[in-house]
Design a protein. Structure first.
Length: 371
């Protein structure tokens, strides 16, 4: 399924609790300047009016009618039907439920596709980002190994997950495949998102900081990143420790998912840019061991986990462990790569772009195969 040369146009939207960002995509590329409007998340009439205004403005700039509207919207929702039956945290105006998809279909007479942001991010990375990047590098290194499954995590305001297999997006019977709500490692009475999110980094920094009089006043985890980098005054040791704790919390949950789902792991979201600070702790969790009652050590994740951000590790990942297996009753041997392995990598194309490409390709795939 390749749409990088497709001539059809799809209208996209990056929907946040503060702003709507509208654009159009053709052949996996944006073709217009992004239009930004306030989301008016507390006023349903103004919110819907700005959605209509944004889509109308984009459509008016196109030389031909678009094939569809496709975008991510903060959940939970009945995504296949475009219905938000419950109040959304970022959109209190949706109290009582909103049938957003049917409204837009009636207004614009176009197919409308709405999905979870982490799902579309993973889909975009599977088709045009991390997955083809890894497979191409393996091919260039002479490896016969090829991956078909991708697990995506968005690390930001929340802790979201997306799954793809053989270029198909996994949605689930209830559109409810989530990681944010599993127990947190360090405080199991809390949900994992309390340890793996922007607010978690701020929380850990405030706990660990003893030398920063501004501790407790920061509202953006990017400030903690700058302190860790040494670019902003503050308690650098506390900042580094905060990201280390974040990595431990993230790695614990990701390890559980990697035990069940076998594939490459890609990280996106604003916090993924700080991977050099939290990746060591995250990898320690992924590479940890557990024990049977009799004392036998068992890897936390059954496949060996490589850091694909590291060139030396990528080389080992590509090399694998090839052996020759004899064919019984003959002198013939068959080469076999016996190493079970997966890798973890950050977004190759950026979270927003990956999400938009995911939305674009999802819409065309559904149109081509019957909605």
């Amino acid at each position: 399924m390749q749409y990088q040369n497709d001539p059809r146009t799809v209208i996209t939207l990056d929907a946040g609790g503060t702003h709507f960002r509208f654009n159009a995509m053709r052949g996996n590329r944006f073709i217009l300047n992004t239009l930004e409007l306030p989301s008016e998340a507390h006023d349903l009439d103004q919110c819907m009016a700005n959605l209509v205004r944004g889509f109308e403005t984009i459509i008016d700039q196109l030389p031909e009618p678009p094939a569809a509207i496709s975008f991510a919207f903060p959940g939970p929702a009945d995504y296949p039907n475009g219905i938000f039956p419950t109040r959304l945290t970022n959109f209190p105006a949706f109290e009582g439920g909103v049938a957003l998809g049917p409204f837009l279909q009636r207004r614009f007479h176009l197919p409308v596709f709405i999905n979870n942001d982490a799902d579309l991010f993973t889909y975009g990375e599977a088709l045009a980002g991390a997955l083809p990047y890894v497979n191409q590098r393996l091919h260039d290194a002479g490896s016969e190994k090829e991956y078909h499954n991708l697990i995506g995590f968005i690390l930001g305001t929340g802790f979201g997950i997306g799954l793809t297999s053989h270029q198909n997006l996994y949605i689930g019977d209830n559109c409810c495949s989530e990681t944010y709500c599993v127990p947190a490692k360090l405080e199991p009475e809390l949900i994992a998102e309390e340890g793996v999110s922007l607010r978690a980094v701020l929380h850990y920094y405030n706990i660990y900081s003893k030398n920063d009089p501004k501790a407790g006043t920061y509202t953006d985890s990017y400030d903690i990143f700058r302190i860790a980098e040494g670019e902003l005054p503050g308690d650098q040791e506390a900042a580094l420790r905060a990201f280390d704790t974040f990595g431990e919390a993230a790695g614990y949950t990701i390890a559980q998912i990697a035990c069940i789902l076998d594939g490459i792991i890609v990280l996106g979201g604003g916090l993924s840019k700080a991977h050099k600070f939290f990746m060591p702790a995250l990898l320690r969790e992924l590479r940890a061991v557990q024990h049977t009652r009799s004392g036998i050590a068992i890897p936390r994740v059954p496949s060996r986990v490589y850091n694909l951000e590291d060139e030396a590790e990528f080389a080992d990942f590509a090399r694998g462990e090839s052996v020759s297996i004899p064919v019984y009753g003959s002198d013939e041997t068959i080469p076999c790569d016996t190493q079970k392995r997966i890798g973890i990598i950050t977004s190759r194309i950026g979270t927003s772009t990956a999400t938009s490409i995911g939305a674009y390709c999802f819409a065309l795939h559904k149109i081509d195969n019957g909605k």
